[in-house]
Design a protein around this ligand. Structure first.
Ligand SMILES: Cc1ncc(COP(=O)(O)O)c(C=O)c1O
Length: 455
């Protein structure tokens, strides 16, 4: 008898299914949950997932209206991706980064074709590591230290990326690494840079130029922006802003890094969100949708100038799992599925349906302040009065929002609700019928926040 069999585990390593209560108890007792005190977590028991649906161990069907962490873009358990992963497991599971492999070569060619303007790619295990490496590359390339980042942003959970992050998740990790300067967005809450897009661009870029002058342009290596801000609001920049930003940064020799960990890989109806704005950054970071979360993988894409630089100069960075063959095979299969099944086109088409539903709900429910979306990247804001005040304070909660979140869960709609907003980010494979099914539940739930509306 093997040692593990002696301890009560079966000899096929598969394990016996355990009762749901016991599963939840063990997960809570012996694992830590993210961004929360363990005792306050009520984990959702999940047994399997397929397409746009999750299933509890008891077989209850849940519509995944957030693609988990806005990341399972092609939907769950796509057979072609699973087959490609299995093939890679049979062929070659792992070799160290200083090797050449078939899968690395194939994905390199594919990425070069589908990620506009990027010449070379550095693979990581996720988004935070991608941003960490992008910042290091920017510093090494420019010989400068400071980084501009925005308040309405999230860039990852490691020390440096927490410091890049503008939202309250940063606070507990401070003080962190120096040299990061936060600036306002062109569309901050409760403050206006102007009423029209033109006014906003002009006022915001004047403000930004002033910050750059105070910091010293020659000290700033890069500015990192989420091309479309994700968890901090699904904020699409004002028309014309990106191009002008790019020109301003260029003037000062400051690199532009687009964090597309959430917005990239088709979410907005184009492969890269920056394609909407007619700009090409110096670097882009990707993760999440890159493998649709079937395997942990992220990457930094760099333009030809930066790629050339690191052909001649040492890149002082590495990871054991850089260019992990199974991750690369997964990304390759995911990108091909996206292209072959027209998922990005579907995201653009379904984005119109989402717009239509959001407009309908905004007209019908007094508590809806606004619905924003670009492609299938969406968020709805709830207000407490007709002045438009958010129902919950910044970084706070409101009982009606908690009740709404519980309603969604009870009704089998998986989404994220935070502060005064909830997200609408289903997999890109969703059909119109499924999308409307989700909004029908939202429609019903908004009666809760309407009751809290003060008029
Ligand atoms: C815009 C953005 N950047 C970076 C990250 C960090 O990615 P990861 O959690 O894979 O490290 C996230 C994760 O939510 C993100 O949304």
């Amino acid at each position: 008898m093997s040692k593990s069999e002696y301890l009560g585990y079966p000899n096929d390593y598969a394990g016996e299914p355990m009762p749901t209560d016991e599963m939840v108890r063990l997960c809570k007792q012996h694992t830590m949950y993210t961004w929360s005190a363990g005792n306050s977590v009520d984990p959702l028991p999940i047994a399997r997932a397929e397409g746009v649906y999750l299933y509890t161990p008891e077989g209850k069907r849940i519509l995944d209206f957030n693609a988990q962490l806005m990341s399972v873009l092609i939907g769950h358990a796509h057979p072609k991706v699973i087959a490609a992963m299995k093939r890679q497991l049979d062929e070659l599971i792992f070799v160290y980064p200083q090797t050449a492999t078939q899968v690395r070569a194939r994905l390199a060619k594919l990425m070069h074709e589908v990620v506009p303007g990027m010449e070379s790619f550095f693979f990581t295990l996720g988004g935070a590591e991608a941003n960490e490496n992008a910042i290091r590359m920017a510093r090494l390339f420019t010989g400068r230290n400071k980084i501009l980042a925005r308040y309405r942003s999230y860039h990852g959970g490691t020390n440096l990326t927490m410091m890049l992050t503008g939202d309250p998740r940063r606070w507990a990790s401070e003080p962190g690494s120096p040299g990061i300067v936060h600036v306002m967005d062109p569309t901050p809450y409760n403050y206006s840079f102007g009423k029209t897009d033109e006014e906003r661009c002009e006022a915001h870029l004047t403000y930004l130029e002033e910050v750059i002058q105070y910091e010293g342009p020659h000290t700033i290596a890069a500015m990192i922006v989420e091309t479309v801000t994700g968890t901090n609001g699904v904020l699409v920049p004002p028309k014309g802003w990106f191009k002008k930003l790019r020109a301003m940064l260029d003037k000062h020799g400051i690199l532009l890094i687009c964090d597309e960990v959430m917005a990239g890989m088709g979410r907005t109806g184009k492969m890269l969100a920056y394609e909407h704005f007619d700009v090409v950054p110096d670097m882009v970071t990707l993760a999440k949708g890159l493998t649709s979360s079937y395997f942990p993988l992220g990457c930094v894409g760099v333009n030809s100038k930066i790629a050339e630089h690191f052909k001649k100069n040492v890149y002082w960075g590495g990871l054991t799992y850089n260019s992990h063959p199974v991750g690369l095979a997964t990304a390759e299969a995911v990108i091909r599925v996206m292209m072959d099944e027209g998922m990005i086109e579907n995201a653009a088409r379904m984005g119109k349906v989402m717009r239509d539903e959001m407009d309908r709900l905004q007209k019908k429910h007094p508590s809806v302040a606004e619905g924003r979306n670009i492609g299938l990247f969406g968020m709805m804001d709830i207000r407490k009065n007709s002045k438009g005040d958010a129902i919950a304070p910044y970084n706070g909660t409101h009982p009606a929002m908690n009740e709404l979140a519980k309603f969604f869960r009870d009704k089998g709609l998986f989404t994220f609700s935070r502060w005064s907003s909830f997200t609408c980010n289903p997999p890109l494979s969703i059909t119109e019928e499924q999308l409307r099914e989700g909004f029908a539940i939202i429609d019903e739930g908004l009666a809760i926040t309407d009751r809290a509306f003060e008029g």
